[in-house]
Design a protein. Structure first.
Length: 292
């Protein structure tokens, strides 16, 4: 059986369709379909359901996917270990992160890592908190930045505490100058993006009995910032996010000084590769060096 066909099925599951997987792997949709047909014939199982909207995994395909991913991961580890024994370093590390990490930390981290490990390729997946956790739990990521607390199936290394701040339109004035209280926030409409709603944010909002403005269904932090700039409400965002999204708004600390805890996570049930262990070390050392 072809490892490339196994890998193709993993990418179909990750990208959501055969067409997207073919585009990602730089092969034609017909070649991808032929490879899946051959794999289905060998396994005597229908792996994809095909309709006018494309193709997606069947129930049987979903059941076999963890085993197929295990074969692909085992092959990657075999190649990596053989290269290491031969005095070489080869491999791929798949890491998931939210936008603020990608823009704020990763450029310098990747420079350091590529200089020290030039033959190891780092594959970046940008996503929100929940998507990173889902991909890490499914085995499609080796490492992932998460906001604590997180799932019990992960091993985590705490990196930093990122302070939560409140942004307002330029003409907004809190009751006590210089600090935002829950009462100040209630005087306006609280706008939170889906990707910005992690467990630390959830805890602050629930403990202070705040209501999110449900008129706006937005996904990105940049959209929340744009709505605040237009005077449509206030928002709560981590400092790292605001550092990469300057704009026409005021920034105030929150009275209780809440924060999100950023950690690097791995799946306990997934064997750790040499390449991912080295990237984890590089990230931890980098954060220690830049922390005050």
């Amino acid at each position: 059986m072809s490892l490339s066909s196994y890998n193709l099925l993993c990418v179909i599951a990750e990208k959501g369709s055969l067409a997207n997987a073919a585009k990602y792997l730089h092969i034609s949709p017909s070649a991808a379909s032929h490879a899946v047909n051959a794999l289905e014939k060998e396994l005597s199982v229908t792996l994809l359901k095909r309709d006018r909207n494309g193709a997606s995994l069947t129930v049987n395909g979903e059941m076999l996917l963890p085993f197929i991913r295990g074969v692909v991961q085992a092959d990657n580890l075999l190649v990596e270990e053989a290269a290491r024994i031969s005095g070489l370093e080869k491999g791929i590390v798949r890491i998931g992160m939210f936008e603020s990490i990608l823009r704020h930390w990763m450029p310098d981290i990747l420079k350091i890592y590529s200089r020290e490990h030039p033959n190891i390729y780092v594959q970046i997946h940008q996503a929100g908190y929940s998507e990173v956790e889902q991909m890490l739990a499914a085995g499609t990521l080796d490492l992932g930045f998460v906001s604590l607390p997180t799932q019990e199936c992960f091993s985590t290394v705490t990196l930093t505490h990122d302070r939560l701040l409140c942004i307002t339109p330029p003409d907004f004035q809190p009751e006590n100058e210089g600090v935002m209280t829950p009462d100040d926030i209630r005087r306006s409409k609280l706008i939170i993006s889906k990707r910005g709603y992690d467990r630390g944010m959830e805890a602050y909002i629930k403990s202070n009995h705040l209501d999110i403005n449900l008129w706006h269904d937005i996904d990105l932090d940049s959209a929340a910032i744009a709505l605040v700039e237009c005077g449509l409400g206030v928002s709560i965002l981590p400092k790292l996010v605001l550092d990469v999204h300057p704009g026409n708004y005021k920034v105030y600390p929150l009275k209780s000084n809440p924060y999100r805890t950023i950690a690097l996570a791995t799946n306990r049930q997934q064997p750790e590769s040499h390449a991912s262990a080295k990237l984890l070390d590089t990230i931890v050392n980098y954060i220690e060096n830049i922390s005050p």
